[in-house]
Design a protein around this ligand. Structure first.
Ligand SMILES: O=C(O)C1=C[C@@H](OP(=O)(O)O)[C@@H](O)[C@H](O)C1
Ligand SMILES: C=C(OP(=O)(O)O)C(=O)O
Length: 420
């Protein structure tokens, strides 16, 4: 599908979609809690549908009601069917340690795009746990031990993806002797780990750690059923907050400004770029502003790279974005995808292993390759409201986390035509 965006946006109000990351965490926790839980305001997208389908295959019962999903959890068992994670790395990385705990064999499958993303930590994780596993580029076969690990001490790197750590935190309560997790390199994406810990706490699971998240101790314990209300997604909101700064005044409703979500950092970036931002009880409003360039380390809010880089393309000077190493390990190499597309728009960009410098200017409309990455498509749709006449290829990729994006783009005053 192609999205053709023309210049201008009158602005408007959109409701932030529910958080993808919190929805997936809540689904796993509810499925692991024996009894009845509800996930209120769940995100319905490719990633969360993958998680829901897999948890159902493992024995959770998910009844979909208006505004919430009723989940009957507990007593999960391996499924003889392939557990398809589709494109969701969070689902894969949360599921693998869980399957290592179930008694029996599980087959985890995934789309080719996910196969290209880091899998190596699994090999070492399973070796340390004494779990037999077979990793290939099309499936992961895990022979689960029923909660009996040969060791309950495990060490893993914190700088490949926090999702590997989050997956172990979610599974640890089911381990017969719990788990002690240490990190061979410091944790990155700490807010995502805080999201995991806060979700576990909501389901009565206690994680012992320190302020710097240098290590974790989780005793064997039971999840208890709970009702979990999913808050608005700051990553998805970032495109409309940015739209407000460069096109037309835009309000995003349903955001928790005290959220654990890493990408609430978008407020810091907007303020550093001198955007006019108003935070109110019912949402955040951003108004057209003359943006200043930004020097910012995005290591702890890695999904904001496309949004911030596109804003930097229209700022009055050179911006320096650092801490980008893990951005190369997402649905696309986002550093390269952003750099290639901005260059085609006539913006001077220099990319390094973990950095991107962007010389603000007057980007021109062109054909943008989304590289099948939802965040590339959404960020360049935002930018296209300034340069106009821009075609974004593979525009359906937004369905991974934000199926309603193009409708909300119109609600926010954007002008877009979708075509095959
Ligand atoms: O735990 C999660 O839900 C996520 C963690 C992040 O990955 P990193 O571990 O690379 O920060 C982020 O990119 C991803 O969209 C969601
Ligand atoms: C990288 C992302 O998600 P995941 O890692 O769960 O595939 C994302 O949402 O940008």
């Amino acid at each position: 599908m192609r999205a053709t965006v023309t210049k201008g946006s009158s602005g408007g109000t959109v409701a932030a979609p529910p958080s993808k990351s919190f929805t997936i965490r809540a689904l796993f926790a509810a499925a692991l809690a024996e009894g009845q839980s509800r996930v209120v305001n769940p995100l319905i997208s490719g990633d969360t549908e993958a998680a829901a389908e897999i948890l159902t295959q493992l024995g959770a019962r998910i009844e979909r009601h208006s505004g919430y999903w009723q989940i009957s959890g507990g007593n999960l068992k391996p499924s003889g069917e392939a557990l398809n994670c589709r494109q969701s790395a969070a689902t894969l990385r949360f599921l693998a340690p869980l399957c290592a705990l179930l008694e029996g064999t599980s087959y985890l499958t995934f789309d080719p795009g996910l196969a290209r993303r880091p899998m190596t930590p699994f090999t070492d994780i399973f070796r340390q746990l004494g779990v037999c596993a077979d990793l290939t580029n099309s499936y992961v076969k895990i022979i689960g031990s029923g909660g009996r690990f040969s060791s309950n001490n495990i060490s893993l790197p914190g700088n490949i993806s926090s999702q590997f750590v989050s997956g172990l935190l979610l599974a640890a309560p089911l381990a017969r002797d719990g788990l002690v997790i240490s990190l061979s390199t410091p944790a990155e994406s700490k807010d995502y780990l805080r999201m995991t810990i806060s979700c576990l706490r909501h389901f009565s699971v206690t994680v012992e750690t320190d302020n710097e998240l240098t290590g974790f101790r989780i005793k064997s314990q039971a999840y208890t059923p709970a009702d979990y209300a999913v808050e608005g997604d700051w990553s998805s909101a970032s495109y409309f907050l940015g739209l407000g700064a460069i096109a037309g005044a835009t309000t995003v409703a349903g955001l928790n400004t005290g959220s654990f979500q890493a990408d609430r950092f978008m407020l810091n970036c907007l303020r550093q770029m001198d955007a006019k931002v108003l935070t109110e009880k019912n949402g955040v409003s951003v108004f057209p502003s003359r943006l200043k360039p930004i020097d910012v380390d995005l290591n702890e809010a890695i999904d904001l790279l496309p949004t911030v880089a596109c804003l930097a393309a229209v700022a009055g000077g050179q911006s320096n974005l650092t801490g980008l190493g893990r951005a190369r390990l997402k649905e696309s190499d986002r550093v390269k995808a952003v750099a290639d597309n901005l260059k085609i728009m006539g913006i001077d960009v220099v990319e390094g292993p973990g950095i991107l410098t962007v010389a603000g200017g007057s980007p021109r409309g062109t054909v943008i390759d989304s590289f099948g990455d939802h965040r590339i498509a959404m960020a360049f749709a935002m930018l296209a409201t300034v340069c106009g006449d821009t075609v974004i290829t593979g525009a359906e990729c937004v369905n991974k986390t934000y199926p309603g994006f193009w409708e909300d783009f119109k609600l926010a005053g954007g002008k877009v035509t979708l075509s095959e």
